[in-house]
Design a protein around this ligand. Sequence first.
Ligand code: 5RP
Length: 224
Amino acid sequence: MLTQDELKTQVGQAALQYVQAGQWLGVGTGSTVNKFIEALASMKDQIPGAVSSSVASTERLEALGIRVVDANEVGVLSVYIDGADEIDGQGCMIKGGGAALTREKIVAAQSKRFVCIADESKQVQALGQFPLPVEVIPMASNQLIRQFAAMGGVAQLRLKDGVPLVTDNGQHLLDVKGLTISDPLSFETEVNQWPGVVTVGVFAHQRAKVCLLGTASGVKTLNF
Ligand code: 5RP
């Protein structure tokens, strides 16, 4: 029986097949992506570099000698490789457990293809069991908590060391429990237009085209 860590290593290595020599790529954030970054070091002389979705991933990439540039310095990226907190049968995801959802969505939007890497515990029938991360402008927090309550959700400010967590973008995060997200595309569209929402952690507009799923019987490739 493979451990969750070993499943993450498997999919991190499998994602190398989507990295194109000579092309910039987008790199996500999280423990699964960390496995991918380790594997990517073996190809560092074949790629010009990466656009990163977080300070944490930038530090890991640079420590391995992989060049990181600002998103504005390059054009459309061939591929974006990132993990997920949940992924459904259409490639829609909940993301943001690692607090990097805003930059993740930006880099995903800049990329031709989102390749999701995840262990099988992340596969769900419908999104919403994992508390939904939403990055918000701090002054809007309480109003947004009330708006989520009106749709049946219980939103809480994410804390770190007893104080509100501050994202890489200087904003706060809500985690929303109890939502039923039966139509991810409509849900994302609606919450996106609430004043004070920076990014909602439903990735339906930027859904995965491919998921490399780590299972006990090996890596399964799901195409959406
Ligand atoms: C970070 C994310 C991550 O992709 C997500 O939390 C999955 O992380 P992990 O690979 O550690 O399970 O969205 O903001």
